[in-house]
Design a protein around this ligand. Structure first.
Ligand SMILES: NC(=O)c1ccc[n+]([C@@H]2O[C@H](COP(=O)([O-])OP(=O)(O)OC[C@H]3O[C@@H](n4cnc5c(N)ncnc54)[C@H](O)[C@@H]3O)[C@@H](O)[C@H]2O)c1
Length: 342
């Protein structure tokens, strides 16, 4: 039985805590830590069998019986907590992104070098049943050589402006998942990025220096072109679709809905809206990614989303942001050179 500590029990920390306590018999949550612990959190934690509750994550790291930690705190804490956890020889599941700052991610990469520590990054969409079907068909050659990869990723509603201000911008906060999908499905690396967009949904987002509607075109090193479109608001739910087009055909997936019911009457033919947001759409993917992390520790196998998989989408996000501001195509090499990578 593996003992787990969860650092940060906001939205996503609680999702993972509930997955482990209900569905992962190989692991037990021994402790949680969050500076904002209150009676409601204690009550919730007790209800799923967690009784060691701290306001300082170092208490978890000091506990020698804890094998692994899940870092689910705010993004600006991830890299430092990662370094502290690695120093205490804990296996780490770190929510995305590891950091917005490439230099800080590099410190985590250095700390992991030659260690036996499992470090998995929370790119949950790799575990989504629909996206896995696209990856599987593409990898098995069913659509031949990949020519075009189209990703639509639109949220039902924008987050609060306080969140936007510390989010790192749309590309590092939202598109980052799509950048990861591009690499996951194409099995290719990005060469160059062009991004454009505007604050169409909310002028407040624009005043905060961000955009809420974006399109990104990525040239990949296998000749494939990836096209991503994002918006922080739809009228119809969480729109998450991918189409892969290759020399032998194409594969596309549609949104998950609560049912497949279609009502046909004199008004028209009406199906269900997509599931509302990520917690609904990716429920199963969140469970699968945590199970995969636990399995990699128990069986001593490589994690399915490693620290370099955590770095690459950040480089793509920085390239996209640079492209948006400077209105030009930005190569990944340029971003790598800036950080003395390779
Ligand atoms: N993979 C996904 O689909 C997904 C979805 C949501 C959030 N996330 C990521 O997860 C992270 C958390 O997001 P959230 O939506 O749960 O945010 P949240 O604000 O709901 O929760 C974050 C929690 O971390 C706590 N925290 C802050 N500093 C801490 C510290 N030093 N030690 C322990 N706890 C600390 C806060 O008090 C808060 O309770 C973010 O990095 C976000 O990008 C990923």
């Amino acid at each position: 039985m593996l003992n787990i500590g969860i650092i940060g029990v906001g939205r996503i920390g609680r999702v993972h805590a509930e997955s482990i306590s209900r569905l992962v018999p190989e692991a037990k949550i021994k402790a949680i830590a969050d500076p904002l612990i209150n009676d409601d959190i204690k009550k919730w934690a007790n209800s799923i069998g967690i009784f060691e509750i701290y306001d300082d994550y170092n208490k978890i790291l000091m506990d020698k019986s804890i094998d692994a930690v899940l870092i689910c705190s705010s993004t600006d804490t991830h890299s430092q907590i990662s370094l502290d956890a690695i120093a205490k020889k804990k296996h780490v599941f770190c929510e995305k992104p590891i950091d917005h700052d490439v230099n800080k991610i590099n410190k985590v990469i250095d700390a992991l070098r030659d260690s036996k520590i499992k470090y998995q990054v929370g790119f949950n969409r790799r575990f989504d049943h629909n996206f896995q079907a696209v990856e599987d068909a593409t990898r098995n050659g069913l659509i031949g050589a990949l020519n075009i990869l189209k990703i639509t990723s639109r949220d039902p509603a924008p987050p609060p402006i306080s969140y936007i201000k510390v989010s790192g911008g749309i590309f590092l906060d939202m598109t980052i998942h799509d950048f990861d999908m591009v690499r996951f499905i194409s099995k290719a690396e990005p060469v160059a990025v062009f991004a454009t967009g505007a604050a169409n949904v909310s002028s407040e987002i624009g005043m905060a220096g961000d955009i809420d509607t974006a399109a990104v075109i990525i040239t990949l090193d296998n000749g494939c072109t990836a096209i991503i479109d994002n918006c922080r608001q739809t009228t119809y739910g969480y729109d998450q679709r991918i189409e892969a087009f290759g020399s032998l055909g194409q594969i596309s997936i549609s949104n998950d809905t609560n049912s497949t019911a279609v009502i046909s009457n004199s008004n028209g033919i009406i199906g269900e809206k997509p599931k509302y947001f990520f917690l609904d759409r990716y429920t199963e993917a969140y469970i699968s990614e945590i199970k995969a992390f636990i399995t990699s520790i128990v069986n001593d196998t490589p994690v399915l989303v490693n620290v370099l998989d955590g770095l690459k989408p950040v480089l793509m996000g920085i390239a996209a942001q640079t492209s948006l501001i400077e209105k030009r195509i930005v190569t990944i090499k340029e971003i790598e050179n800036k950080y003395y990578l390779r």
